[in-house]
Write a protein that binds this ligand. Structure first.
Ligand SMILES: [Zn+2]
Length: 320
């Protein structure tokens, strides 16, 4: 009975069942289905626009996660950049100058690793600019790291040679105590003994007769004996173009051909040769050209000696 409908037939006053044609039924069912589907779509789109679809939620979470990872990556890149810059600074300002090596031009350190097309795969995304900038920075850091690695390898190779060179260069005072500096490198209008004008190519160090004289750097003794105006004289060849000369000695304690180390006792001061009194004539030549020995003394002076050296250096500056 339920769902059935009746109507009053005026012709015979009887209630009669309403018969619905199957076509009408089909139309009604179709209409009902269409309206239901319409409402479902409307509701669903309204819900999605307000709260997002489950798929969008997952995607949004993934985007947030990626954003966080990019942020962390950015910080790591910055940290790496700063650390690398510190190493490059030490390389350029400390290691290479000390080891007498040329610095690496910035153009080589910052050399590009590819053209614009290299980052094509990152284009067309919402965050393309950020991704390309990160990729470019990572490439730059990788390139700079390679350059720095090569540089450290070269520095390590140079270090052993540098240590050997440092042992050989004449870089200390030849006597333990400088009592008074005599004439330095300069043109003497009147030689104290000869009375004639001539160049003085070394530094005279006034010290009592018999003061110990030391090799100022490691090397081979190429002369040990009488040498005219220098009297008893020693010449040491240090290699790297350097020779040191010790003149007017009273005693010579080594012989030609011997290898000496820096600080070895080689003789005693005196006044042999053309000399007006006990002193050491100390001379440094580099590739046959005399140098001012005062510029080669290295942290082995007392304060008073140091200031006397400075005074002498100032006075002789014009003869450098
Ligand atoms: Zn002299």
């Amino acid at each position: 009975m339920l769902g059935r409908r009746y109507f009053l037939d005026p012709t015979d006053l009887q209630f009669k069942r309403v018969r619905v044609h199957w076509k009408d039924k089909l139309v009604r069912v179709s209409l009902f289905f269409a309206i239901s589907v319409g409402f479902t779509i409307l509701y669903s789109s309204l819900f999605n626009s307000m709260f997002g679809s489950p798929k969008e939620k997952v995607l949004n979470q993934q985007i947030e996660s990626l954003r966080l990872r990019y942020s962390l990556l950015g910080r790591t890149i910055d940290r790496s950049d700063k650390m690398l810059a510190g190493l490059e600074s030490s390389d350029g300002n400390i290691y290479r100058p000390i080891l007498d090596m040329d610095s690496i031009p910035a153009s080589i350190r910052r050399m590009g690793t590819g053209g614009v097309k290299k980052y094509e795969e990152y284009e067309g995304f919402h965050n393309s600019f950020m991704m390309i900038s990160f990729a470019r920075k990572v490439d730059e850091i990788r390139n700079r790291t390679n350059v720095q690695e090569e540089s450290f390898r070269a520095i390590l190779e140079r270090k052993d040679e540098w240590i050997r060179e440092m042992e050989h260069l004449p870089m200390i005072s030849p006597v333990n105590v400088i009592y008074r500096l005599g004439d330095g490198v300069k043109f003497r209008e009147v030689h104290p003994v000869l009375g004639t004008p001539q160049w003085h190519h070394g530094q005279d160090i006034c010290a009592p007769y018999g003061t110990e004289v030391y090799a100022t750097g490691s090397g081979r003794v190429i002369r040990a004996g009488w040498d005219g105006g220098f009297g008893n004289c020693i010449v040491i060849d240090h290699g790297y173009g350097y020779q040191s000369t010790y003149g007017h000695l009273s005693h010579i304690k080594i012989s030609e051909g011997m290898d000496v180390k820096r600080g070895d006792l080689i003789g005693l001061t005196g006044s042999s040769g053309t000399s007006s009194g006990p002193h050491l004539h100390y001379q440094i030549d580099l590739f046959g050209k005399f140098k001012n020995p005062l510029y080669y003394f290295n942290n082995d002076l007392t304060e008073a000696e140091y200031f006397e050296m400075i005074k002498a250096l100032t006075a002789q500056a014009k003869y450098r």
